[in-house]
Design a protein around this ligand. Structure first.
Ligand code: NDP
Length: 435
């Protein structure tokens, strides 16, 4: 805490991991002697830079951008870029730290990084977003590269923003390489990348339910968020026979007792991404639904829950409510949506609980596959990629079981993910000696 004053999110993420790792390394002196956990928790480097751009009224705006390169022991730095007013160095450090474990869990050769800016794309014109992205890349380009650091999208950074940043990278360097993932299909993107995080989270959930002889058929699901991850998670739950009751955004949540069908999800996707509308508009479009302003959806009784919006959106009391209402499984689509108190509640109740670093790794995994396709200069078929995503999520689930099984009927997925991710990175670091 002393080393990272004023960085609560980062301290929270490290604390959660440390709780499990201390236990694992207790009888393994090399990890202690070589200060492995401490080294993983100190980013390789943090690049902070000015992003200057001109708005439509010809005002000059000055924002701050960052790239946190946390650890490249098992592959090039890899992790998304976030544009949101809440972005700080602490938030990006926590995300880059978590990303290091997540990427290791996928089994693919990717290190951990994260970047972003305290820029709010909401309410900005297309040209303003373009000018911001170009200015951001004008500095970032010198720190990234297909074998160095490969950023992707995250909150506030979707296909449009990736397109503008890739265009600027190409313009400055005169190189067409796979420096960013999440690209459009016309210029090196991969099929199923947009769907991968949400679908992957639901595959992970299905894998957890299977250990109890259950599946998603007929189960009710409460989901937060209405962006890329949330809408695709909703889609897959519906495809597997579940009923999605809620979605949300930073304004509040909608509750549709009839279930949010594929047709309704399609409407939300267009409304949020093309029209840049609000989730509350859902209730005027679809009868029978209600909107609750300023609240998260965790009070709605459900069988399974998928927090897919942002960090610390599910607090201890929310976790207690979910458990009291009979929720049997929680799979995180977002990064660190549950606070430490909430994590402890789920663990104590021994429900099936998957941390984001395990259950939302499908997105970065398909990003890894996009990198491979770019290096090969070819595109793999959708069926191949769908199968690879299923296999990768199953592999992550198995790694969690290997290190997280506490008893015959209980698996601590948080511990499993932390230890499996840590071991892979730590063993590579040991091989390199003190660097
Ligand atoms: P999007 O920008 O597409 O959607 C984010 C959603 O979360 C929106 O509905 C947004 O509402 C809501 N939200 C954002 N901030 C807040 C807040 N402070 N309070 C309440 N709601 C909020 O992002 P993604 O769907 O891509 O990302 C969602 C989460 O998943 C993030 O934690 C991200 O790091 C994580 N993730 C994403 C991956 C990906 O492939 N995209 C991969 C792995 C993890 P509003 O529209 O009002 O802003």
């Amino acid at each position: 805490k002393k080393r990272n004053l004023g960085q609560p999110e980062f301290v929270q993420a490290v604390q959660e991991v440390a709780e499990d790792i201390f236990d694992f390394i207790a009888d393994k002196p090399d990890y202690h002697d070589y200060q492995i956990l401490r080294r993983i928790a100190e980013p390789d480097r943090i690049i902070s830079f000015r992003v200057c751009w001109e708005d439509d009224n010809h005002n000059i705006r000055v924002q701050r951008g960052w790239r946190v390169q946390n650890n490249n022991s098992i592959g090039p730095y890899k992790g998304g870029i976030r544009f949101h007013p809440s972005v700080t160095e602490s938030v990006l450090k926590f995300l880059a730290f978590e990303q290091t474990f997540k990427n290791a869990l996928t089994g693919l050769p990717m290190g951990g990084g994260k970047g972003g800016a305290n820029f709010n794309p909401k309410g900005k014109s297309d040209h303003e977003v373009m000018r911001f992205c170009q200015s951001f890349m004008t500095e970032l380009y010198r720190h990234v590269g297909a074998d160095v650091d490969v950023p992707a999208g995250d909150i506030g950074v979707g296909g449009r923003e990736i397109g503008y940043m890739f265009g600027q990278y190409k313009r400055i360097t005169n190189q067409f390489t796979g420096v960013l993932t999440g690209k459009g299909l016309e210029y090196g993107g991969s099929l199923i990348r947009p769907e991968a995080t949400g679908y992957g989270a639901v595959y992970f959930l299905a894998n957890m339910l299977k250990t109890k002889g259950q599946d998603l058929k007929g189960k009710t699901a409460v989901i937060s968020g209405s962006g890329n991850v949330a809408t695709h998670a909703a889609e897959k739950v519906t495809q597997l026979g579940g009923k999605v009751l809620t979605l949300s955004d930073s304004g509040g949540f909608i509750h549709d007792p009839d279930g949010i069908s594929q047709e309704k999800i399609d409407w939300i996707k267009v409304h949020k991404t093309k029209r840049r509308g609000r989730i509350e508009d859902y209730v005027s479009e679809f009868k029978g639904a209600t909107f609750t302003a300023g609240k998260t959806p965790w009070g709605v009784p459900c069988d399974v829950a998928l927090p897919c919006a942002t960090q610390n959106e599910l607090l201890g009391d929310d976790a207690r409510t979910l458990v009291a209402n009979g929720c049997i499984a929680v799979a995180e689509g977002a990064n660190m949506p549950t606070d430490l108190d909430g994590v402890h509640v789920f663990k104590a109740a021994k429900i099936l609980y998957a941390p984001g670093k395990a259950s939302n790794a499908g997105g970065v995994a398909v990003s890894g596959l996009e990198m491979s396709q770019n290096s090969e200069r070819r595109s793999w078929k959708e069926a191949e990629l769908q199968q690879l995503l299923l296999d990768i999520m199953e592999g992550i689930h198995e790694r969690c079981l290997a290190y997280g099984r506490v008893s015959d009927d209980y698996v601590d997925y948080v511990k499993g993910a932390n230890v499996a991710g840590f071991k892979k990175v730590a063993d590579a670091m040991l091989a390199y000696g003190v660097v």
